[in-house]
Design a protein around this ligand. Structure first.
Ligand code: SF4
Ligand code: SF4
Ligand code: SF4
Length: 257
């Protein structure tokens, strides 16, 4: 057991390992960002396996961060082995939580698509699945990529045994606080009203509609949101396309569209 001092308090370091599956590794890279707090953050962790941050390779860990979705059979077996070791398994980022952008491939015939992109090659692939389709997930941290500030807060809560929560308000809340012009006023569908906040409305602040990478907010009113889109004479197909982008609104999607 290794202890450390973090912002004046003494904690036991978190024995942590991070594993990437089908993904871009952008979420893991986020943890190496935000230099102003990086050294303090690393003080919290006893890194056992995390190739973006350390050369250490040690299978004695308590917390497993799982980045990416599953798109090959061998990934399923690897994930199950990690689940057997980890006391706390965290779906880390939108790919892991919902399937993410990788899920778009599920909309196309698998073998034909592979043959078109990699002619003459045999590619071992299967329809994309989110982590919770295969193993029990103890905690989900959404975002494409994750918000480092939020991850740091959650790690401190894990170290101190405090209650872990995600924001229960939608992206609009943070967007309005920044006095942004609403994307609906600019004739665009934005998923901010139905998406969980916590990203500081980074997309809409850059005049890009929210595509819902953080998944559904709590107690969303989907009929009212669809009515808003209809009243504004915006395209229902565009709405379905946006909701399908990260596969985070699967339960609300019109699968016939
Ligand atoms: S959630 Fe986004 S940033 Fe993270 S691994 Fe997936 S594609 Fe990359
Ligand atoms: S731009 Fe999007 S997030 Fe911002 S207020 Fe409008 S609907 Fe909400
Ligand atoms: S604005 Fe929407 S798509 Fe962009 S980071 Fe936030 S939740 Fe994700």
């Amino acid at each position: 057991m290794i202890s450390m001092k973090y912002q004046g308090f003494t904690f036991e370091k978190l024995k942590i390992a991070s594993f990437d599956f089908t993904c871009c590794e952008g979420c893991q890279l986020q943890l190496a960002n935000r230099e102003s707090s990086l050294l303090d953050f690393l003080e919290l962790l006893d890194i056992r396996n995390f190739r973006e941050l350390s050369t250490e390779k040690n299978n004695d860990y308590d917390i497993a961060l799982i980045e990416g979705s599953l798109s090959r059979e061998d990934e399923v077996e690897r994930l199950q082995a990690i689940r057997r070791q980890a006391k706390t398994l965290i779906a880390f980022g939108t790919c892991a939580c919902f399937g993410g952008v990788n899920s778009l491939k599920n909309k196309f015939p698998l073998q034909e698509s592979v043959a078109e992109v990699y002619p003459g090659m045999q590619i071992d692939t299967m329809p994309v699945r989110k982590i919770s389709d295969v193993v029990k997930v103890d905690l989900s941290i959404p975002g494409c990529p994750v918000n480092k500030e939020e991850v740091e807060r959650i790690m401190v809560h894990l170290a101190t045994g405090s209650l872990i929560t995600l924001p229960n308000y939608p992206v609009c809340f943070e967007c309005k606080a920044q006095l942004n012009t609403c994307m609906f006023e600019l004739g665009e569908i934005c998923l901010g009203p139905i998406t969980r906040g916590g990203c500081n409305a980074v997309c809409t602040s850059g005049k890009t509609p929210c595509l819902g990478c953080r998944g559904p907010s709590e107690e969303i009113n989907m009929p009212a949101f669809i009515e808003l889109v209809t009243e504004r004479k915006l395209s229902p197909d565009d709405l379905q396309e946006k909701m399908a982008f990260y596969n985070a609104f699967e339960e609300f999607c019109d699968h016939e569209a």
